[in-house]
Design a protein around this ligand. Structure first.
Ligand SMILES: *Cc1c(COP(=O)(O)O)cnc(C)c1O
Length: 848
């Protein structure tokens, strides 16, 4: 094999439509249909052939076709409208500019191992990537000065083929980056940017690509360049492919290389957001930079922590990315010197004592003053899972919060639904998704109109599925009758359930097959038939996941299910869009609480599809009994077998008793009750579960505070960071002296709600200053010998007794019910982000 250079030559665009090029190179097209129309109007067949990739389209389209478009008045009108809209979008004043006028140009760096922007850019595996892509899109919509950093995988994530035996086969496409909507990033002098990272015994180079997502830039690192040896060129070959060493190298390129790339680009972020642990090495690089500037390592660590946010997505300990100590030594021994840390200090930054491994999640948590989960339930699960880091702080007060995920509304909403909302909602609904009031007007959409639109979408999806299955069967050399019978597959009028997601085992794709006889009855009820559409990839190393795919594909060929249950290959953004737009019910049955959030159900709701889900992830926050259906009761289980059985029974019962009757209950041909549910679902889900609301929340709760904190900590050569670091160290060294010597309460008897309880406590502080602690009454409900719903009222220092002992008093206004209370002491500083920044607390009695 010989090597060659590649370049792409775009045909000369006629002068009067020359800016089509700009649209092709901006993923803004992925949520603006008129922008895509600029391409498919020229040649819709080619548009499908290039899988909706506008750059590839322009590389292939004939010069004559471009000229014809440039001479077509209708096309020119479209072109002018799109350009006007685009310019307005890119130049206009947005939410962030008005809300935080002083923060222009203070960049927020958002690091993620995957980004899902569009089907033509397959560098995502599932929800995590889609979320990252949607985060960028909404950051752009809202005008945040945010920049994304990720990796560019030559083979992307794999393409899934289902073979004639119904098994998953994987294909790795070779992505030609020159045919994709992105360009190599260049320095001011026009030279391409190359960054380097050190791996054991060698230097690895990476090119940096710039992807435009509306107003936001995403930078992707790519090691497939001639200066690297073969092995290193493959570091960025596949997303989540390769062995542990490849993963380590990828995470070094992402975290360390990503920081270097931003520096080369002269982008100096004020806030750093780590989306899941893969990118956590960025903290080490930031630490190293500061130490190289002469800052003491402990102080530097404090400064790094001050403006870092870590979003965790993994509710099970086994899901975290981990490395052995030997691997850490191998990859970092040369690096350590520049961080000023000893080997043991370094390892302890991410050491997981339970598993004796270096845990990327722990590293990220160590360096982030701000940590959040991705749904209310996941916040709770994370607080419990990580409470061991927080000493005797009650799990519910562990400082991990949550920002519930959302989706980029315009990307996943069907065009006809957008048109419908434009007709019946406030005219600015697209730029004000989170306005609940505006969505109330969904009620004004006539039932027959909404139903007609919905049925139209279902028909479109059925056509899409038949076509896809046909291509698959022809490719697999299946007999002609197997191809022909597809014409009879699926009925757009029948109740249609969609189930599409990664085939990770906890998502239990085969749960609905637990009782085959019962399922057969439901599917084959001739007056009230049910059909199910499945799609999803299993990671190539996940054998149980692949078995599930095989099993479902086997069922799809068996008689009671043939033509009524189908499996669509290669689940990706395109397939997802068709499915979430064109079914009736979106099924989601993970093993609770393993689904941190889930987002596909939110996409379904945008299109009037009803969720039918286990009360896991985002669903407990949305479900209200009239906007969808619940499986189970949100119980906790310690036995998976019991859980699977009970959930499946609930699934069948809700289907039989609620969903099927509701769908088939018709008046004048319309399912009136069902339509009520649809409207309810749109009203309650769309405004809240959007990345517009989510990114605003990140900005309001974390980004702006982190930016301010980062600036504060850097002042006067990091003197604030140094002061806080010294303070924390002193507190840690001396906290053991603190105790609550006595706790007295005036009277216990005859109290009723609203009465005041006077509490006195004497507290011994040893060498800690009285100003540096807070003494408070902590109280809550007594549940199972635990305090829950803990609240705290500060106590007042009345007088110094002797010998660093202080008398405190406080008043508790009594709520009703079984109450528990005590007194506790915790360190406090105006420089803390949250009250348990130093996870120490001393309790008066009995607790912890
Ligand atoms: C939305 C989406 C996901 C995430 O869906 P979950 O509900 O989290 O399973 C995964 N893959 C694709 C292609 C998606 O569009």
């Amino acid at each position: 094999m010989f090597s060659f250079h590649t370049l792409s030559v775009i045909p000369r665009l006629p002068a009067n439509i020359s800016r089509v090029n700009e649209i092709a190179y901006n993923f803004w097209f992925s949520w603006n249909r008129p922008a895509r129309e600029l391409f498919f109007r020229i040649n819709s067949e080619l548009w499908d052939d290039v899988y909706h990739n506008p750059v590839k389209f322009l590389l292939r389209v004939k010069q004559e076709e471009l000229h014809a478009a440039a001479d077509n008045p209708e096309y020119l009108t479209l072109y002018r409208n799109v350009m006007e809209h685009f310019d307005g979008y890119v130049q206009g004043k947005k939410w962030y500019h008005t809300r935080y006028p002083g923060h222009a140009g203070q960049y927020i760096a958002y690091f993620s191992a995957e980004f899902g922007l569009h089907e033509s850019h397959p560098i995502y595996s599932g929800g995590l990537g889609l979320l990252a892509g949607d985060h960028l899109k909404s950051a752009s919509d809202l005008g945040l000065p945010l920049v994304g950093v990720g990796l560019l995988y030559k083979h992307g994530y794999f393409t899934q083929r289902i073979n004639a035996e119904g098994r998953q086969e994987v294909e790795y496409p070779y992505l030609n980056f020159h045919e994709m909507p992105m360009c190599p990033a260049t320095r001011e002098d026009g030279k391409e940017i190359l960054i380097t990272v050190e791996l054991p015994g060698r230097r690895v180079y990476a090119r940096v690509w710039r992807v435009k997502v509306g107003r936001v830039d995403l930078y992707l690192l790519d090691t497939d360049i001639g200066r690297n040896c073969r092995e290193d060129r493959d570091i960025t070959a596949q997303l989540y492919g390769g062995n542990k060493d490849v993963r380590m190298a990828q995470e070094i390129v992402l975290g360390i290389g990503g920081v270097k790339a931003l520096r080369e680009l002269k982008i100096n972020p004020y806030m750093w957001h780590i989306n899941e642990g893969h990118a956590a090495f960025l903290c080490l690089e930031r630490l190293r930079e500061k130490v190289q500037e002469g800052v003491n390592p402990q102080v530097a660590a404090e400064a790094v922590t001050a403006n870092t946010l870590f979003t965790t997505h993994t509710p099970v300990p086994a899901g975290h990315d981990v490395y052995t100590a030997e691997m850490m030594d191998h990859y970092f021994s040369h690096y350590l010197g520049e961080t000023g840390l000893s080997r043991d200090e370094f390892i302890s930054l991410g050491w997981d004592h339970d598993r004796c491994v270096f845990n990327m999640t722990y590293l990220a948590m160590r360096f982030a003053d701000f940590v959040n989960g991705v749904s209310e339930l996941h916040g709770h699960v994370s607080r419990c899972m990580f409470s061991k880091f927080f000493g005797s702080i009650p799990p519910e007060e562990v400082p991990i919060f949550h920002v519930t995920n959302g989706v980029h509304t315009e990307t996943m909403m069907a065009e006809v639904m957008k048109e419908l909302f434009s007709e019946y909602l406030a005219p600015d609904w697209r730029t004000n998704i989170s306005n609940f009031d505006s969505w109330e007007r969904v009620e004004s959409i006539p039932d027959d109109v909404l139903w007609a639109v919905h049925l139209g979408l279902k028909k479109k999806t059925v056509d899409f599925i038949r076509h896809r299955l046909k291509m698959q069967r022809i490719r697999n050399y299946e007999p002609a009758e197997r191809v022909a019978e597809l014409e009879k597959y699926l009925d757009p009028e029948a109740l249609t359930i969609g189930f599409a997601r990664r085939f990770a085992t906890y998502k239990r794709a085969t749960l609905i097959f637990r009782d085959l006889a019962r399922l057969t009855r439901l599917i084959n009820d001739s007056s009230r038939p049910v059909q199910i559409i499945f799609a999803g990839k299993a990671h190539p190393a996940d054998h149980p996941g692949q078995e599930m795919i095989k099993r479902i594909n086997d069922f799809t060929r068996e008689d009671p299910f043939r033509g009524k249950i189908v499996f669509l290959e290669n689940y990706d953004i395109n397939v997802a869009r068709h499915l979430v737009q064109g079914v009736d019910v979106w099924l989601n049955n993970p093993r609770r609480p393993e689904e941190a959030s889930g987002t596909s159900g939110m996409k379904a709701a945008l299109n009037g599809v009803l969720n039918f889900s286990v009360l896991d992830g985002w669903w407990p926050e949305a479900f209200n009994g009239k906007n969808g259906f619940a499986i189970g009761e949100g119980k906790e289980y310690c036995n998976e077998e019991v859980q699977d059985l009970e959930d499946s029974l609930s699934l069948y019962a809700v289907l039989e008793e609620q969903i099927i009757p509701l769908y088939y209950q018709r008046q004048a041909g319309l399912p009136g009750e069902w339509l009520k549910y649809m409207k309810n679902s749109i009203k309650t889900v769309v405004p809240y579960f959007s990345t517009e609301r989510m990114v605003r929340e990140y900005a309001e709760r974390y980004y702006v505070s982190g930016i301010t904190r980062g600036i504060h900590f850097r002042q006067e050569d990091f003197s604030v960071a140094a002061r806080l670091e010294a303070f924390k160290e002193f507190i840690r060294d001396n906290w053991h002296q603190v105790s609550v010597a006595t706790l007295e309460t005036a009277s216990y008897t005859g109290l009723s709600a609203g009465d005041t309880l006077n509490v006195n406590a004497t507290v011994y502080l040893g060498s800690i200053w009285q100003e540096d602690v807070v003494v408070e009454i902590a109280y809550g409900e007594v549940d199972n010998n635990n305090l829950t719903g803990i609240k705290a009222v500060p106590m007042k220092m009345e007088k110094k007794l002797e010998d660093n002992t202080f008398l405190y008093s406080g008043k508790l206004i009594l709520p009703r019910g079984a109450l528990g209370y005590t007194v506790r002491v915790r360190p406090s500083s105006p420089d803390f982000t949250h009250k348990f920044e130093v996870p120490l607390v001393t309790w008066a009695c009995g607790m912890g």
